[in-house]
Ligand binder design. Structure first.
Ligand SMILES: CC(C)(COP(=O)(O)OP(=O)(O)OC[C@H]1O[C@@H](n2cnc3c(N)ncnc32)[C@H](O)[C@@H]1OP(=O)(O)O)[C@@H](O)C(=O)NCCC(=O)NCCS
Length: 216
């Protein structure tokens, strides 16, 4: 697969999906301190404040790397400087381009899990993405019973025990991706039909599972 466009950020992005209407790019977060400092240069005051209150250095580094990379990617598509990308936030925190940006039809969604992050980009279609590292989750049965729809829960229960973790993570990332596309948060309710979305499962890196949804 070809490498992503040169973003001059120092952290390499790999295309995971690339079509006319939808792109998903993945990158590692645990880069060298100089790379993190360089990419973090473009963050806004608010974003620096957000990073500062994170207790763990690892979380600060991962937040800065993700947000810096998002700014570089959006800037490269908008033809502006990364530090000039202006973001706004919805009622429960969904980020989007400010009305002052040259092209607000560019939609994006971001997810990170452990040392990997992904950014999904779409032109004019609402998009949501979520990834999870495949690692044991002790409460899968309880979460599935609480959060999955009845047919989804039944499919999950019908999986063989050794398939359950991945089956759970596929459904979970789908749910998170749809809630991000709507911007409503996991508490929902979803404002329109989930069937309005195309759902794609992908592997951003071995031992990770991701789902991206894009409005039809
Ligand atoms: C954000 C959320 C959708 C997923 O978070 P997560 O899986 O823990 O973390 P991810 O890394 O996959 O996604 C985080 C990114 O999603 C984006 N995001 C945050 N809120 C969002 C929202 N409401 N809609 C869409 N995207 C959102 C941001 O880009 C965020 O990145 P940042 O932390 O660098 O700013 C989830 O926490 C959520 O539903 N929050 C909304 C508030 C809410 O419902 N609270 C619970 C009430 S019961």
């Amino acid at each position: 697969m070809a490498l992503a466009a040169d973003l001059r950020s120092g952290i390499m992005m790999m295309p995971v999906l690339d079509s006319d209407s939808l792109e998903v790019l993945a990158f590692r977060l645990d880069a060298e301190p100089e790379a993190i400092r360089a990419i973090g240069d473009c963050l806004s005051e608010d974003e620096f404040r957000r990073a500062e209150v994170l207790r763990l250095e690892r979380d600060r580094r991962r937040f800065v790397a993700t947000r810096g990379q998002l700014r570089h990617l959006l800037a490269s598509r908008l033809g502006v400087l990364p530090s000039d990308v202006e973001l706004e936030y919805g009622r429960v925190g969904k980020p989007c381009l400010s009305r002052r940006m040259p092209d607000q039809s560019l939609r994006f969604s971001v997810s990170r899990s452990e040392d990997v992050a992904v950014i999904a980009l779409s032109k004019a279609r609402e998009v949501g993405v979520d990834i999870e590292a495949v690692r044991p989750v002790p409460e899968t049965d309880d979460i599935a019973a609480l959060c999955f729809s009845a047919p989804e829960y039944e499919s999950y229960r019908n999986l063989r025990p050794e398939e359950r973790l991945e089956g759970f993570l596929r459904s979970w990332t789908r749910l998170e991706a749809i809630s991000k596309a709507f911007g409503c948060g996991l508490g929902g309710p979803f404002p329109s039909n989930e069937r309005d979305f195309t759902v794609i499962t992908f592997v951003p890196k071995p031992a990770y599972i991701g789902t991206v949804v894009v409005r039809n």
